[in-house]
Design a protein around this ligand. Structure first.
Ligand code: NAD
Ligand code: MG
Length: 392
């Protein structure tokens, strides 16, 4: 029996993970579930999965949850805060950790799982973008098994030979990283000025959390994924071509020197990459419906437009700048997206804020997690100042 901790169990990825786990009660048991403040949803999940531990972000939510569980005679240990998250990500009873907290808040728990040598299913791309080589050295040191959940990276992983640390040796020429283009693929810059949070969160193909939905709409999601792919597959943006593919049926491709291009296809449903990583190296049922390729009929491709979607360019530039540039990119983006969702920043101002943070902040060598966290803190402060200025 594989014992699983689901970090961020009440989110979109968390719920899809529990959906797959529920299909295999003989194979997986749930050790811990965690949430920000969604007490009701966590109570329901506890009733269904009977975890040994649960973690809420703050003490108030934790005490509310504890009362509710007691009334239902459910006996889970209730923890709170980052210390609680780290504890359930690294506990000796745990084999597998799904890292599905959104944003920088997911960094320390994901790292704790890696340092404890777990099988880590990484959905939280922000942690890899922020700490790249530190994260990967921790994987090497502990012998953790890192499996990508992002559909594109999971697809690339499936299309690559097992040893993909060296493109030349593996005969790989480049990666084709697909992107749906988001809901505003055909909008003009003027039309983009009046985009509302509701419009931005209505993704044409995928149902996701709000932050990643806005990231998909600005193409920052693809920028973060470009960086994520560089770290995961030991390559550079020069070997990755971003391709807009509006149907989201091909989840990415790998191009080999003999001219073969291997693609992974499937319905746009995150339960496929989740089941792939959970079961790996075996295949398990995910509940995803059969791909009706005849109904799909047509697969379109076009290049991305980095003039209308500058976030992709900013991500590329921050990878080239190195050092803490990717920490700043991520922090500024999180602040700008939150401000947009609160109606405090327009859609087109998101890249403007990120660009200004990248231009004004000083870059340092990300030699430790503490340095990364300090750069993250400073970038957030600068970005918040810019949001306030944009309001006036
Ligand atoms: P979501 O907003 O639906 O869920 C986020 C989860 O994290 C929730 O359980 C929430 O309670 C928890 N959380 C939020 N802030 C927290 C905090 N400060 N402390 C502790 N817990 C906190 O997000 P999502 O769409 O499930 O995405 C999760 C991660 O997976 C993101 O990093 C995203 O980029 C990545 N991802 C998501 C998808 C998708 O289809 N949703 C696809 C690829 C990658
Ligand atoms: Mg993705």
């Amino acid at each position: 029996m594989e014992s699983v901790t689901v970090l961020g169990s009440t989110g979109s990825i968390g719920e899809s993970t529990l959906d797959v786990i529920a299909r295999h009660p003989d194979r997986y048991s749930v050790f811990a579930l965690t949430a920000n403040t969604q007490v009701d949803k966590l109570v329901e999940q506890c009733q269904a999965f009977k975890p040994k531990c649960v973690v809420m972000r703050d003490e108030l939510s934790a005490s509310l949850l504890a009362k509710r569980l007691k009334a239902l005679a459910l006996s889970a240990d209730v923890l709170s805060g980052e210390a609680g998250l780290i504890e359930v990500a690294s506990a000796s009873e745990v084999n597998t950790v799904m890292a599905a907290i959104v944003g920088a808040a997911g960094l320390l728990p994901a790292l704790a799982a890696v340092e404890a040598g777990k099988k880590v299913l990484l959905a939280n791309k922000e942690s890899l973008v922020m700490t790249g080589s530190l994260f990967l050295s921790a994987v090497k040191k502990s012998g953790a098994v890192l499996l990508p959940i992002d559909s594109e990276h999971n697809a690339i992983f499936q299309c690559m030979p097992l040893d993909h640390s060296d493109f030349d040796k593996a005969g790989v020429r480049r990666i084709l990283l697909t992107a749906s283009g988001g809901p505003f693929r055909q909008f003009s810059v003027q039309e983009m000025e009046h985009i509302t949070p509701t419009q931005a969160c209505a993704h044409p193909n995928w149902s996701m959390g709000k932050k990643i939905s806005v990231d998909s709409a600005t193409l920052m999601n693809k920028g973060l994924e470009l960086i994520e792919a560089c770290w995961l597959f030991n390559t550079t943006p020069a070997h990755i071509e971003v391709v807009i593919h509006p149907q989201s049926v091909i989840h990415s491709m790998v191009d080999y020197i003999d001219g073969s291009v291997i693609a992974q296809l499937g319905n746009p449903d995150m339960r496929t990459p989740i089941a792939h990583a959970l079961g790996w190296p075996e295949r398990i049922d995910s509940g995803v419906s059969l791909l009706d390729i005849v109904a799909v009929a047509k697969l379109d491709f076009e290049p991305p437009d980095e003039t209308r979607f500058p976030c992709l360019r900013l991500a590329r530039e921050s990878f080239a700048a190195g050092k803490t540039a990717m920490v700043l990119l991520n922090a500024a983006n999180e602040v700008a997206v939150a401000a947009f969702l609160q109606g405090r920043l327009s859609f087109n101002q998101i890249p403007v804020v990120i660009d200004q943070v990248l231009q004004t902040a000083e870059l340092t060598e990300p030699e430790s997690v503490a340095v990364v966290q300090e750069a993250d803190r400073q970038a957030r402060a600068v970005a918040l100042g810019l949001v306030d200025k944009a309001l006036r």
